[in-house]
Design a protein around this ligand. Structure first.
Ligand SMILES: CC(C)(COP(=O)(O)OP(=O)(O)OC[C@H]1O[C@@H](n2cnc3c(N)ncnc32)[C@H](O)[C@@H]1OP(=O)(O)O)[C@@H](O)C(=O)NCCC(=O)NCCS
Length: 329
């Protein structure tokens, strides 16, 4: 199963535009060339055209079809400055500070997303996850109806009960110890991510070490509380919990431990109770079941930003561009 190629084919149809702010990194310029050549998306590169092209020329990278925006020469920069100052003045920043911050590539890129000049931003080749998330949180903010930005991994598990199966695991990278309310937000975001990226119906299991009251503990109570919050919000996807991982994904165990559940044994979205469980869980499945782990996909923002690992390859940047486009739908 080549999930990435499927993402790229679907993303291409959207004819979108992405901003790549880290133009001092040669991998980003190489990726921009490929994205343009494959007609995956239009690309905005942040910085001074002459300087970026000179750097690209040294490596024979052609960026003729790219769009270049220099924050210091952008006609909407003062609107952006006002917007950012208004949003962050409660934190005590001055206009002068706002003007400086928004000219930084990550913040300027996030502003291009916020101002709907592009469909999304791909960054993190040359910045930490924390820095990318901070720019996204401060500029773009959380999706209406939610309070939590989180992440998910797309886990492509080979030969799972006889077929390749795609699961979404969340949260494995952002929220260390979610409250019941945050867990509910994480479940809603991951269901949406599943619909945007995989295109099928999410069946969401809230994982625990207890299935339907089999164990009593305050850690279990949090997961039960999250389910109640979700039910009270009138969600439009199948959900159940608390349940153990085997009850969530193995039909016979689901049927015996949670009879009558529409999710048990059939879950395709697994919500972990905290970051330790989620991070350990995805790494074990990746290593022991030889699953492909795609992500982390940042979710819960009001417009998409995708984070890269600083060790990313040029292909990773191209592939992540496809993800950001699909998330923008
Ligand atoms: C996400 C992260 C950058 C936020 O740090 P922070 O110091 O709270 O960042 P900021 O102060 O810039 O946050 C801006 C706002 O977003 C809020 N916020 C922080 N995390 C949030 C989240 N997960 N969801 C929604 N809002 C969040 C903050 O409370 C703050 O709100 P305020 O401006 O009203 O006070 C930080 O928690 C982090 O680095 N997490 C680890 C990510 C990581 O490295 N993961 C492992 C790699 S895979």
């Amino acid at each position: 199963m080549n999930v990435i190629n499927e993402f790229k084919a679907k993303a291409k149809l959207l004819k979108g535009k992405v901003v790549l702010p880290e133009t001092h990194d040669i991998r980003v310029l190489e990726a921009a060339q490929i994205i343009l050549k494959q007609s995956l998306a239009n690309v905005v590169l942040v910085g001074i055209e002459k300087e970026i092209k000179a750097k690209a020329d040294e490596k024979n990278i052609c960026l003729d079809d790219a769009e270049f925006i220099d924050p210091n020469n952008y006609n909407e920069i003062s609107e952006m400055e006002d917007f950012f100052y208004e949003k962050r003045k409660k934190k005590g920043i001055t206009h002068e500070e706002a003007a400086k911050i928004i000219r930084q590539p990550l913040f300027f890129g996030a502003l291009l997303v916020k101002f709907k000049k592009v469909n999304g931003m791909v960054a993190g080749a040359a910045n930490t996850t924390g820095d990318v998330l901070k720019a996204a949180l401060q500029v773009i903010g959380v999706r209406a109806g939610l309070k939590t930005v989180s992440s998910s991994f797309i886990m492509v598990v080979p030969d799972f009960l006889g077929e390749d199966k795609i699961f979404l695991f969340s949260d494995c990278a952002v929220v260390p110890n979610p409250t019941a309310l945050q867990l509910a937000d994480i479940a809603i975001s991951t269901a949406k991510t599943r619909r945007s990226l995989i295109g099928d119906e999410p069946k969401v299991a809230l994982l625990s070490f207890s299935t339907k009251g089999s164990a009593k503990h305050e850690l279990v109570d949090k997961v039960v509380e999250a389910r109640k919050i979700l039910e009270s919000r009138g969600i439009d996807f199948e959900l159940d919990g608390e349940m153990q991982a085997d009850a969530a994904i193995i039909p016979a165990i689901g049927a015996s431990k949670a009879p009558g559940s529409k999710v048990a044994g059939r879950a395709n979205v697994l919500i972990f109770p905290d970051l330790q469980a989620g991070n350990i869980g995805y790494k074990l499945v990746e290593r022991m079941a030889k699953a492909e782990a795609i992500g982390p996909v940042i979710q819960g923002l009001s417009a998409p930003v995708c984070d890269l690992s600083r060790g990313c390859s040029v292909d990773d940047i191209v592939n992540t561009t496809a993800l950001v486009l699909l998330l923008s739908q």
